[in-house]
Each structure stands twice: as structure tokens, then as C-alpha cells.
Write a protein that binds this ligand. Structure first.
Ligand code: NDP
Length: 292
């Protein structure tokens, strides 16, 4: 059946992926290292098999959603023979380098690989909010797009196998920065006895406002000119930033989530960029000149 899909890994995410393929009317074969996790999927029509090899042989399209890069190799290295001629879509989180390594490894063994990054939590899979990044051979993506669209909006980001992980990690990095800032803010108000729920509406409003500047920042980053239309210069922000650290200490809150930014601000200011937008801090982040 050329609509058949195999899902390797039935953790929270793999189970959601298999469920979305079932909901899209595809024949689904599932395998998990530890048996006994497929009950609900089997009740919905999935076929559970005992070995990764049987799972791979059941479908032309094999989706892997495991723990890490190492577990992908542990699972697939013994079955490369069965994979020849099939397509593997790896949706296990990894680095760009790991994505490229898998792409090369697949090529050596005669099967095609798309590496992906899931930008959703399991309950969102198959719903309108989810999107999934893919990289690898474009014709392979195009051929399987219809199946992959069952998971969420499919976004192809390039033939370089590392690109999906690169975008995924970039988006996650922004998320962690924002959510750690959020936690620090809650710690600050809780240190004064204010309930998080009471503060949350203000936080929501503020983050909606400050989250609206990505395009302006992108323009500055692309032009590498951080002097245009500056309304809050870096020097001023560096001077005030110490108050964030002092206030945390005053309140008995650790500033460790915020602290790393401060030396960067001081360095950029000392290098003569205090009059510029703080987006110029990006120039301090590159550790390899050739890629900038
Ligand atoms: P879970 O912890 O729920 O599941 C982990 C899965 O990996 C299980 O099926 C587990 O099998 C399997 N596994 C672990 N080690 C091995 C191994 N050595 N060999 C074979 N299988 C192994 O994690 P999730 O399902 O939530 O996450 C899976 C992937 O999806 C991760 O890479 C994660 O980063 C990514 N992801 C998850 C999101 C989420 O919100 N949950 C969001 C976006 C991406 P067993 O049952 O035998 O232990």
C-alpha cells in the first residue's frame, strides 16, 4: 500500500504522530522499543509489530521519533538492509550536524532521508497550530508532502539535511530565552508575595508588545547597521540592566537566568557601540568568522 506509514517510537510525540496518520486515513504500522504502548493506536486501527525490521518493511515511508540521535542509530543501524529504497523521515530532535550525518549515512545505505523538526507539543499534532520543518532532497519532500501534511503545516527549509534542525534549534533558542525571562519575572513578583496569576495579564500584554519587533531587528541584523532609528540605545540599556541584577539580589532571587547578557552589553558598549541598537550584540556571538 503506497499510503502506508510506519512510526518508530511511541513516546508522547510518536504516539501523536501515529494518531494523526490514522486520522488521515493511512494504514499505520507502529513499533516501540518497549512493547505495550500501542494499545490505543491498535484500537484505532494501527498494526503493532515486535521488531523495527518488520516495522520498516511494512511501509515505504518510515517516520522515526525517538529520544536522540544515538537512539536513531541504535534503532536503524541494524536494519539498513530493509531500509534500502524507502524514505526515512527523522523527527527526533537533533543538531544540524546530526541531521547532516544522518543524510550522509542514508545515502551510503541507499535510502532517502528527510530530517525534520516538530514545532508543536503532542496535543497540537494534526491541528492547525502545528508546523513541522523538513530538510533533505526536495523531490523526496514533494513526493511525501501529502502524507506529512497530516501532522501539521509542512515547511520545507532546504536540501541541506542540517537546515530543519538549524531552524528548529533557532526557534527553540528564542523560546527558551523568552520563557526563562518569564520565569524570572514570576520569581520577582512572587518574592514580593504577588500571585503569578495576578501578574500574568500584564506579562501577556508586555510580551505581546515587545514580541512585535522581530522584523525591525531582522532589518538591522541583515544590514549590519545598528545605528538606524535608535530610540533605546545600548549604553542606556546597559546602565539600567544592572538594576535587573541588583533588584533580583534585593528580592532574594537568583539573577543567573539574566546575568549572561550583562557582560555582553558592557563589552559592546566598551567597543564604542553604546549609541547603537542592542541588536548589535549579535556581532559578539559569532565564534567563527567565516560563517558571518
Ligand atoms: P518520550 O520520552 O515520550 O518518548 C521517547 C521515545 O524514545 C520512547 O518511544 C522511547 O522508547 C524511545 N527511545 C528512547 N531511547 C531509545 C533507544 N535507545 N532506542 C529506541 N527507542 C528509544 O519523548 P517524546 O515522544 O516526547 O519525544 C520524542 C522526540 O520528539 C524527541 O526527540 C523530542 O525532542 C521530540 N519532540 C518532542 C516534543 C514534545 O513536546 N514532546 C516537541 C517537539 C519535538 P521506550 O518506550 O522503549 O523507552
Amino acid at each position: 500500500d503506497d499510503k502506508a506509514v510506519t512510526v518508530l517510537g511511541l513516546g508522547a510525540m510518536g504516539s501523536a504522530l501515529a494518531g494523526a496518520f490514522l486520522a488521515a486515513g493511512r494504514p499505520v504500522t507502529v513499533w516501540n522499543r518497549t512493547p505495550g504502548k500501542a494499545g490505543e493506536l491498535v484500537a484505532r486501527g494501527a498494526t503493532e509489530v515486535a521488531t523495527a525490521e518488520e516495522a520498516v518493511r511494512a511501509s515505504g515511508l518510515v517516520v522515526a521519533c525517538l529520544w536522540d540521535h544515538r537512539s536513531v542509530h541504535q534503532t536503524l543501524d541494524p536494519v539498513t538492509g530493509a531500509l534500502a529504497g524507502r524514505v526515512v523521515v527523522n523527527l527526533t530532535n537533533g543538531t544540524p550536524g546530526q541531521g547532516r550525518e544522518l543524510g550522509g549515512w542514508a545515502g551510503e545505505h541507499g535510502f532517502a532521508l528527510l530530517d525534520g523538526g516538530i514545532m508543536a507539543v503532542p496535543p497540537m499534532i494534526g491541528g492547525p497550530g502545528a508546523f513541522v520543518l523538513y530538510s533533505g532532497p526536495e523531490e523526496v519532500f514533494t513526493a511525501h508532502r501529502d502524507a506529512l501534511d497530516a501532522l501539521g503545516e509542512s515547511r520545507y527549509v532546504g536540501s541541506d539535511h542540517g537546515m530543519a534542525a538549524l531552524y528548529d534549534i533557532a526557534l527553540l533558542s528564542a523560546m527558551y530565552g523568552a520563557s526563562m525571562g518569564e520565569l524570572h519575572a514570576f520569581a520577582m513578583v512572587r518574592s514580593a508575595g504577588v500571585r503569578a496569576a495576578e501578574f500574568a495579564p500584564l506579562l501577556q500584554r508586555w510580551m505581546a508588545m515587545v514580541g512585535g519587533f522581530h522584523e525591525r531587528t531582522a532589518e538591522l541584523v541583515d544590514s549590519r547597521d545598528y545605528t538606524r532609528d535608535v530610540v533605546s540605545n545600548l549604553g542606556m540599556q546597559a546602565a539600567a540592566y544592572h538594576n535587573l541584577i541588583d533588584a533580583a539580589h534585593e528580592q532574594g532571587v537568583s539573577p543567573e537566568l539574566l546575568a549572561p547578557l550583562y557582560p555582553l552589553m558592557l563589552r559592546r558598549t566598551a567597543e564604542g557601540h553604546g549609541h547603537e541598537d542592542n541588536a548589535g550584540l549579535i556581532e559578539l556571538l559569532f565564534t567563527r568568522r567565516s560563517t558571518t
